[in-house]
Design a binder for this molecule. Structure first.
Ligand SMILES: Cc1ncc(COP(=O)(O)O)c(C=O)c1O
Length: 462
């Protein structure tokens, strides 16, 4: 018998990571990382920091697209995982049950409106959306699903059918029939769709992750009322906004909503284990699992698994015990206080918005340097935002992202464990970066144009 050592394996391949990934997984992604200079060799992470192979520390304001609310490699979640391994818990019996799934379900239900009474565990956010669609349609006896333009719900075919970003969706057509999107914020358009009384569910993010668009006043409350009027399920997708991200445990709390269906994932697994869940109104779930024959109506081999459940229980405990939801609200306020003045200060900054630690800055055509701006936009809409993201990373070692396809928006979803100093560091780095970027210096312009043109896909014959 020979020993297996992960450490040895990693040491043997140190420095080969990007090439190996390009050879075996996704060469275009590696090409993109190299083009924009994000091709670091990542070796370690802790809390809100990532470390590269040269020992340099980076502040992670991207938070794995919102999966590290309790911080990277959280020691308390890790301890729960180690404990679960040491306990040699039964895992998935399949024809039988261990204690952990119901314990986590109980904790989730305790934190959500009373109307929600059943939990379906999944292994991802998209799979939670699939559950919402599948069970929602069967329970209501209706087939149509309405969602919002610009919305994002995942990459599996059902979730993708509900996505409202044509660039993500349309290449993969044909998608599921019976799906349509309404403009975000338009209650009349929603009314026009729902009044047919053929719509099983209206699927909506409380804040749209793609672009970080906030709901107009009264929109979500109005949408819930329309769902009630026409018998459609009000399905709220909190995969990105959940678990303290917006300064409440769930974003729907800001508007006093009572979803019939609630999807969660990302941070529930503490950043360690993929875990998602779809919470249902009891009668909705029971309408599908309505007999012995139907007791197996929907499921997924690995969900719920014991390590995922242990991570979920520990994550909820850490969020409560360390007051991370309140911290998110407090630091979000500070971040807005520090960054809202950028709208006045820089012509190119159109908007700064945020709730808790979901924060975004939007750029628009400045009155000076119009020709350069238009050139960038013509080559690739949203390119200016890259001119901020890249130096934030290369000069200030801060990881951020452009918030969506062709959008001049940068969004951050940092771990909720960041400190006041991190907020200050981010705000001042952003200010310095904008100072330079808004002048659109020649070096930046040529980098951007080269990167955009170099990144163009070549047509592939298959
Ligand atoms: C609002 C929303 N719903 C669903 C998903 C899909 O989640 P996953 O990537 O875990 O499948 C995402 C992912 O970003 C999301 O932001």
């Amino acid at each position: 018998m020979t020993d297996f050592s992960l450490r040895t394996l990693l040491d043997e391949h140190a420095g080969e990571e990007l090439d190996l990934y390009a050879q075996t997984i996704n060469p275009q992604f590696v090409r993109m990382l190299r083009t924009i200079g994000f091709d670091r060799r990542w070796v370690r992470a802790e809390g809100a920091h990532l470390y590269d192979g040269k020992g340099r520390r980076y502040l992670d304001m991207l938070g794995g697209f919102g999966m590290y609310n309790v911080g990277r490699n959280n020691p308390r979640v890790r301890a729960a995982l180690v404990e679960a391994l040491e306990l040699e818990t039964p895992g998935k019996v399949q024809l039988g049950i261990g204690a952990l799934p119901a314990l986590l379900a109980e904790e989730l239900l305790r934190r959500t409106p009373e109307s929600l009474g059943r939990v379906l565990f999944t292994s991802s956010g998209a799979e939670a959306i699939e559950g919402a669609i599948k069970l929602g349609r069967t329970a209501t006896g209706r087939t149509r699903v309405v969602s919002c333009e610009r919305g994002f719900h995942g990459n599996t075919l059902g979730a993708l059918s509900a996505d409202g970003v044509p660039q993500f969706r349309d290449r993969f057509a044909p998608l599921l029939p019976g799906f349509s999107q309404v403009p975000w914020g338009d209650l009349d358009a929603l009314d026009a769709e729902l009044r047919s009384e053929e719509v099983a569910l209206f699927l909506v993010e409380p804040i749209q992750g793609h672009g970080a668009f906030f709901p107009p006043e009264g929109y979500l409350e109005g949408a819930q009322a329309l769902c009630r009027r026409y018998g459609s399920l009000f399905a709220v997708d909190e995969v990105q906004t959940g678990f303290g991200r917006t300064g409440k445990l769930f974003a729907y709390e800001h508007w006093g909503l009572e979803p019939d269906v609630l999807t969660v994932a990302k941070s529930l697994g503490g950043g360690y284990i993929p875990v998602g869940a779809c919470l249902f109104r009891t009668d909705v779930f029971d309408a599908v699992f309505d007999s012995l024959e139907h007791s197996f109506s929907h499921g997924s081999t690995f969900a719920p698994n014991d390590l995922g459940m242990a991570a979920g229980l520990a994550t909820l405990h850490v969020l409560d015990d360390e007051g991370l939801v309140e911290r998110s609200a407090r630091l979000g306020e500070l971040l807005l206080e520090r960054t809202r003045p950028l709208v006045e200060r820089f012509d190119v900054v159109q908007d700064v918005r945020g709730l808790g630690l979901m924060w975004a800055i939007e750029f628009g055509e400045p009155s000076a340097k119009r020709t350069s701006w238009r050139l960038l936009e013509r080559v690739q809409p949203g390119l200016f935002a890259q001119l901020v993201v890249v130096p934030l990373f290369s000069d200030h070692r801060i990881l951020t992202q452009v918030a969506g396809h062709n959008l001049n928006v940068i969004k951050i979803l940092p771990p909720l464990t960041i400190s006041e100093q991190h907020v200050e560091a981010f705000a001042s780095a952003l200010e310095q970066t904008l100072e330079r970027a808004q002048k659109l210096p020649r070096a930046m312009m040529s980098f951007a144009l080269k990167a955009a043109r170099g990144g163009r896909r070549r047509a592939v014959r298959v």
